[in-house]
Design a protein around this ligand. Structure first.
Ligand SMILES: *Cc1c(COP(=O)(O)O)cnc(C)c1O
Length: 961
């Protein structure tokens, strides 16, 4: 027997599930002879790429990780004392392994289907409770993208709430981190908000101010007592936002106790690696009276159908998916997974543990200050928590090189040096710093008695700024301090949530594909987790290489000249792209171009982002086939020709078809001087077959957490980089701390220069292991799988919209509106799917009363069949209601989902069997997933809003803590 010693494993066959035989039979059922024929009939000829993408040859998983080890070694993990919003942490191992590295948590979707999401909803409620306790505020969300954007959201909320419409100025303390100020500038511009950047002690609080923002502790570490400032501001009707460091609040009087109206910041310090900038969850807390104006997701307590404790996302009518351009923010993907981790960090350590950590940080900082004082260094912060400030004049350069020789980074900011300590700092680190500061003055450790200094460390926080109130008093933060308790708590929550570990999640437009383990593994390597985003470039070679390669590859895939890897989500990419278009027009003197044409079928983030970019939105029509009504578009482009800024268009359309007229549509916009913004959420139907640039788009975001395999994390993280045609490249976002190389850059849209850099690794791995052929095949199989489902389901559910040859793209819309006439709503189908072990497809987007199904290439035929069988069985249940065989109200659909408690109740009184309720198809019994609550009551939850862990004694039913 001859042996093939050149055999090479192919990742492609792990990622794309259907095998040859299944492919054959699926093609037969669709009614085409080959995959090539299906693609030819589906993707219009005029937009097909002429040649394969130029990407490096596909690597096997083993090869990739070996190569990546080399790349990782080009990152030098120095001890970081840079601070500035990013601190080294100790991720509790039980959290790292069981949440961050656990697909049971990271492959979950955003918890829209509350009944199968109670675990993460509880974890996020814990997060909100932790934020409220530490800040001293009344209501918090879960979560925002980063500290800088959270500050910008606060400014915008204050702007929206201003009583005096003439008030257009906003005071920002000059001691706010520069990256935060940069983002405020970007956000202020389109609204004509004037930022008054100055000293809070001397600024005149005039009538034209609608708000103020200060940082606590301030940028260089000073802890100011802002009480008097807050009082004066309030007398003048000026609301105050405080950017606060959560760790410091364990020791400092919380802003809620001295007059803050809004408190925002990052929760990175609560056990989330720096990751060269992210991902980390930001928090946003405010007063109860502003709850309806709050940005982002809010988790609230409600009851289920059986009047048991249940959780859900509250007040959704504020959000972009309902309110569109009038929404309080464009947030869709946030940072759920990181918020969950931060909340768990608080759960694990409890108030006592967190206080001890904060005290050690503060104590070592005091010790360092005292020790350096013995060498004659004058520390400049009067009151501080973890950051010391020095002006060392001629010693700056020697300190710079000596610190690097000793492998640690200080923050050099003009004439000042700051040193920020963190959770990982120990006595021996203090020794090293002291040694270095001594050496440049020809002194040694022997010249001081560090040991006896260490024995006499006293807090330097003045009494009036010392925290006296308790926090994290709820039982959930006081029970799980042993690892077993913690492990079991994490697992008990995980068990309530359906993820990709259980079954396919066929969410149209959300592309829930495989998040391969090999793609995930490097995310927690210390060489990637331990880097500060402002670390000197000579230490970041590994990241620079990954970023450059990913930039090249994504440019090749999209056909654009370059990418910006800064935006932290698709919606933020939209905002960034529109701001780039705005800058381009303005640079050419076209200050009047501010109209955005948006088809009625657009995702809610499109109008919400356009509103953020200060654009005026004109909605254009779609025809009965779901295509953009070209005549209407042309008429509106003509009408607004002089002021046209752009079109926002999703391709293939949100209706799941490749519109034949897309090139013409782009041309119309260009003829009228507009730019085409493409929403790239549907890129999974394009890669390798066509591209945004070849179709005619000028700028486009990619959801790396959809097409490029970053997991959804239960509602984030994500990445929304934008690609731009050459004429827009000069305007791509810059950064105030790190030079991004573009002269005409718009100011930053994210706090970190490359957004959530550490998860870029996932997309990098995916592209490297798939190669051009694999990626193109992924697109083809995504289209195959979708058309297979369509073929199996279209005789049971009308499929809305199809292309010229009757095929859909990578997703399709199932019309459920006709069932309404006998009382069955699309929600009933969504909930009944849970009894069959499935997460519902996208409900009521882009058409109300429909389901949008997107299987992706990663699902095998077997799984598609299970889903189709469930959908067909449900259709039969619907037919029984229609024919009168089932009761109109008391039927399996209306009563869905069925919990264990309902099924095992001694008094089963339903007109159908328990078996039909819980095990409606034979396969369900093999792998039953039990919804943990009955159908949640939405109106109850919004009427009696509770957004923190309720005191246990107030509830007569059981709550898991
Ligand atoms: C997911 C999606 C978005 C928003 O992306 P996020 O990353 O969630 O902010 C925008 N448009 C479409 C069509 C989408 O499917």
């Amino acid at each position: 027997m001859k042996l093939n010693v050149a055999y090479k494993e192919q990742f492609e066959t792990r990622h794309i599930a259907p095998n040859e035989q299944d492919t054959e039979s699926m093609l037969k059922i669709i009614g085409v002879a080959s995959l090539a024929e299906l693609i030819d009939q589906t993707v219009p000829k005029n937009i097909r790429l002429k040649k394969p993408m130029a990407l490096p040859a596909a690597k096997s998983e083993y090869e990739y990780l070996n190569k990546l080890r080399q790349t990782a070694s080009k990152n030098k993990v120095f001890k970081s004392y840079i601070g500035q919003g990013y601190y080294d942490v100790i991720v509790p191992a039980v959290i790292q392994r069981n949440i961050l590295e656990n697909p049971g948590w990271y492959t979950q979707y955003t918890p829209y289907q509350a009944e199968i999401s109670q675990g993460r909803l509880q974890a996020l409620l814990n997060f909100q409770t932790m934020v409220l306790d530490l800040t001293g505020m009344q209501i918090a969300n879960a979560s925002l993208l980063d500290e800088g954007t959270a500050a910008a959201e606060a400014m915008f909320m204050q702007y929206s709430l201003r009583k005096n419409a003439e008030a257009k100025s906003y005071f920002v303390s000059e001691e706010v981190f520069p990256q935060t100020i940069d983002i405020l500038k970007t956000r202020a511009q389109p609204y004509g908000i004037k930022l008054i950047i100055g000293n809070h002690k001397t600024v005149a609080l005039t009538d034209d101010l609608f708000g103020a923002l200060v940082q606590y502790p301030a940028g260089h570490g000073e802890v100011y007592n802002y009480k008097a400032f807050a009082d004066i501001a309030h007398q003048k009707n000026i609301k105050l936002t405080v950017v606060a460091d959560l760790m410091s609040l364990a020791l400092l009087t919380p802003p809620g106790e001295w007059g803050a109206d809004i408190v925002v910041g990052t929760t990175q310090r609560f056990g989330i690696p720096m990751g060269f900038g992210g991902p980390h969850a930001a928090y946003f807390a405010t007063k109860e009276e502003y709850k309806r104006s709050m940005p982002g997701r809010i988790i609230g307590v409600t009851i289920d159908k059986h009047e048991n404790y249940a959780l859900r996302m509250a007040l959704q009518t504020r959000e972009q998916h309902i309110r569109r351009d009038k929404a309080t923010s464009n947030i869709c993907t946030a940072q759920a997974l990181l918020a969950i981790m931060a909340g768990m960090y608080a759960t694990y350590h409890g108030a006592k543990g967190i206080k001890a950590i904060a005290e050690r940080i503060h104590g070592l900082t005091v010790l360092l200050s005292t020790a350096l004082a013995e060498f004659g260094y004058k520390q400049l912060n009067e009151n501080y928590f973890d950051t010391l400030k020095y002006a060392v004049g001629d010693l700056t350069n020697p300190l710079h090189s000596e610190s690097l020789n000793n492998e640690f980074n200080l923050n050099f900011d003009g004439e000042f040096i700051t040193i920020s300590l963190d959770e990982t700092t120990r006595l021996h680190d203090i020794e090293t710093i002291v040694k270095v500061f001594g050496k440049v003055k020809a002194k040694t450790l022997h010249d001081i008695d560090l040991e006896s200094l260490a024995k006499n460390v006293e807090s330097v926080i003045p009494t009036e700024l010392q925290r006296t109130s308790s926090f994290l008093t709820h039982p959930v933060f006081n029970k799980h301090h042993s690892e077993h308790e913690m492990l079991r708590y994490i697992k008990s929550l995980e068990a309530k949530d359906l993820s990709l570990c259980h079954s396919m999640i066929a969410l149209g437009s959300c592309t829930m594909k495989l998040n391969a383990t090999t793609e995930m593994i490097p995310v927690t390597w210390p060489e990637f987790g331990g880097l500060h985003p402002f670390a000197p470039v000579h230490q970041t070679g590994g990241y620079m290489q990954i970023i450059a390669e990913l930039n090249d590859w994504l440019s090749e895939i999209t056909g654009f000249a370059a990418m910006s890897l800064q935006p932290n989500a698709g919606a933020q990419g939209e905002y960034a792209g529109l701001m780039v278009i705005r800058a381009y027009h303005q640079d050419r003197g076209d200050f009047n171009r501010n109209i955005a044409l948006i088809p009625s079928s657009a995702h809610g983030t499109n109008p919400a982002s356009a509103a953020m970019a200060g654009m005026k939105i004109i909605v254009t029509k779609c025809d009965e086939k779901g295509n953009i009504d070209v005549a209407d578009l042309r008429a509106k482009a003509e009408e607004h020709s002089a002021n046209l800024s752009c079109l926002m268009v999703t391709y293939p359309s949100t209706h799941g078809v490749f519109e034949e007229s897309i090139i013409e549509i782009c041309e119309i916009i260009h003829q009228h001087g507009g730019q085409v913004y493409m929403d790239g959420a549907n890129m999974n139907a394009q890669v390798g077959l066509t591209s945004p640039a070849s179709i005619g788009a000028d700028v486009c975001h990619l959801n790396l957490h959809k097409t490029f395999c970053i997991p959804h994390g239960g509602g984030g993280p994500g990445m929304g980089p934008i690609g731009a045609a050459a004429h827009l490249v000069p305007y791509l976002p810059g950064h105030s701390v790190v030079d991004m190389g573009n002269e005409k850059s718009i100011s930053a849209v994210s706090a970190a220069p490359w957004g959530s850099a550490s998860i870029l690794l996932i997309s990098h791995a995916y592209i490297a292991m798939m190669g051009a052929k694999g990626l193109t095949n992924a697109t083809k199989y995504a289209i195959l799988n979708a058309n297979y489902i369509k073929a199996r389901l279209e005789s049971h559910y009308p499929v809305l919209y199809a292309g010229a040859n009757g095929h859909c793209a990578h997703e399709m819309i199932l019309d459920c509106r006709s069932f309404k006439t006998f009382g069955i709503e699309v929600t009933d189908i969504a909930k009944r799917l849970m009894d069959y072990g499935f997460h519902a497809p996208t409900v009521s987007f882009p058409v109300a009363g429909t389901l949008m199904v997107e299987p992706t290439e990663s699902e095998p035929k077997h799984e598609l069949d299970r889903f189709c069988d469930a959908m067909i069985a449900i259709r039969n249940e619907i037919a029984d209601v229609e024919s009168g065989l089932s009761d109109k109200i008391d039927n399996p659909l209306k009563n869905a989902p069925h919990t264990v408690a309902v099924i095992t109740d001694n008094d089963w009184d339903k007109p159908y069997t328990r078996q039909k309720a819980a095990f409606p198809l034979p396969y369900v019994a093999l792998n039953k997933f039990w919804p943990s609550v009955g159908r949640v009551n939405d109106t109850y939850g919004d009427r009696t809003l509770i957004c923190s862990c309720p005191p246990i004694e107030e509830y007569e039913f059981d709550v898991l803590v």
